[in-house]
Design a protein around this ligand. Structure first.
Ligand code: IMP
Ligand code: MG
Length: 184
């Protein structure tokens, strides 16, 4: 367990409100998710993990190592947040590899589902590319989205309605490198 001084050294002196998920809790849950995902797809069929940058970079790198079957990885950059802590309601695709999704099982890997706007914009767009299946795996889910076109099939934790940082999650680009998840 990290003590207060070590946390403050990591955050540059900015105090966190509370620890929400420790490094060990995250690692254990990600391992379970990896096992579940591996079991859900028939052997021999292509599986692509499509990470939404930047927030999912740490989660997807751990998750893919915990999936004991062949899998490929690619990324999308969809921006819905500026520097504020509330959703702007718009999603822009800043990077889109236009990976060939046809005939492949695709899992969108998201750090956190908040309003659901990001997924609601992305899913129809990716569905149109003809994947064999398209599912969502989210580390965190705030369970406040009222109309999701497709809910996440795999969720790490039901998150509290607080602004969370760490393990990929940022506030104005800071705190992504914290090895735990805290509330700001
Ligand atoms: P949605 O489109 O409202 O579901 O928001 C999804 C995106 O907003 C996530 O991928 C995050 O990048 C960001 N986000 C939502 N809630 C939080 C939070 O508590 N901390 C940091 N980023 C968040
Ligand atoms: Mg994100």
């Amino acid at each position: 367990m990290l003590d207060t001084d070590k946390i403050l050294a990591r955050t540059g002196g900015r105090p966190i409100r509370r620890m929400v998920y420790t490094t060990d809790e995250i690692a254990e849950r990600v391992r379970e998710m990896g096992e579940e995902i591996a079991k859900a797809y028939p052997p021999g069929e292509d599986l692509l993990l499509l990470g939404l940058l930047k927030g999912s970079f740490m989660f997807i790198s751990d998750l893919i190592r915990d999936i004991p079957r062949p899998a490929q990885v690619d990324f999308l950059v969809a921006s819905s947040y500026g520097s504020s802590t509330t959703s702007s309601g718009t999603v822009r695709l800043l990077y889109d590899p236009e990976a060939n999704l046809a005939g492949r099982h695709v899992i969108i890997v998201e750090d956190i589902v908040d309003s659901g706007t990001t997924l609601n914009r992305l899913i129809p767009l990716l569905d149109a590319r003809g994947p064999k299946s398209l599912e969502v795996c989210a580390l965190l889910h705030k369970r406040i989205a009222t109309s999701l076109v497709r809910d996440a099939r795999w969720v790490g934790f039901d998150a509290p309605a607080e602004f969370l940082i760490g393990y990929g999650l940022d506030h104005s680009e800071d705190f992504r490198n914290l090895p735990f998840i805290a509330s700001l």
